[in-house]
Design a protein around this ligand. Structure first.
Ligand code: ADP
Length: 182
């Protein structure tokens, strides 16, 4: 079909959770014995962030506000995650940019690091977290998008590497897919 495994992963996750398919190690996917009659709310607990996350749009902390806005448009993103030496240090939303553009700063000179929301105030999730937990964080913290991170140690410091993102769009796409597959 010309589809990659990662493109199929969310569909396979939903079909497995709902009982239509069973995942067998070394065999792959086979038809489930008893397809459940409804896709239960358990799906949201069982589907992991890594099954549905998408590619994050990332900008370096020293990029200018202007360069960052271009990046936002070119990648059709609503939020940029900001890094320093590839480590997560902040986030900046489209409204953050609008606020800056309405002010008096020189967007060609000021680095995005000056205007971003910075750690430790960034809300994030891990790949193994459930999609329900990600959705709860999005609602409770009133943000559009969460970076998916892996914690590692560099020197004697814990740092976060960005490996994906989960956004309101991700959750909505999943919701629609579940409705259509039922
Ligand atoms: P917008 O501001 O465009 O409506 P958001 O609601 O996502 O987009 O952002 C609201 C504020 O939260 C912004 O100031 C932004 O910098 C910040 N923000 C965005 N994503 C996160 C996140 N994952 N964790 C913490 N703060 C965030």
């Amino acid at each position: 079909m010309g589809l990659t495994r990662s493109a199929l992963r969310p569909d396979l996750a939903i079909l497995t959770m709902s009982g239509y398919l069973e995942a067998r190690p070394k065999v792959g996917y086979i038809f489930g014995k008893k397809p459940s009659e409804e896709i239960s709310k358990n799906c949201f607990i069982k589907i992991k962030v890594k099954d549905v996350m998408s590619k994050p749009t990332v900008v370096s902390e020293d990029a200018t506000v202007y360069e960052s806005i271009l990046n936002l448009f070119l990648n059709d993103a609503g939020t940029l995650f900001v890094t320093n030496n590839d480590n997560l240090v902040g986030a900046v939303s489209r409204k953050d940019f609008i606020k800056m553009v309405m002010g008096t700063i020189d967007i060609h000179r000021v680095p995005v690091g000056i205007i971003m929301t910075r750690m430790p105030n960034i809300v994030y999730v891990y790949e193994e977290d459930s999609i329900l937990d990600a959705a709860k964080k999005i609602i409770e913290r009133q943000v559009d998008s969460l970076p998916v991170v892996q914690k590692t140690v560099e020197g004697n410091k814990e740092v976060l590497k960005i490996v994906g993102k989960v956004s309101k769009t991700t959750i909505t796409q999943l919701f629609v897919k579940m409705g259509e597959d039922e």
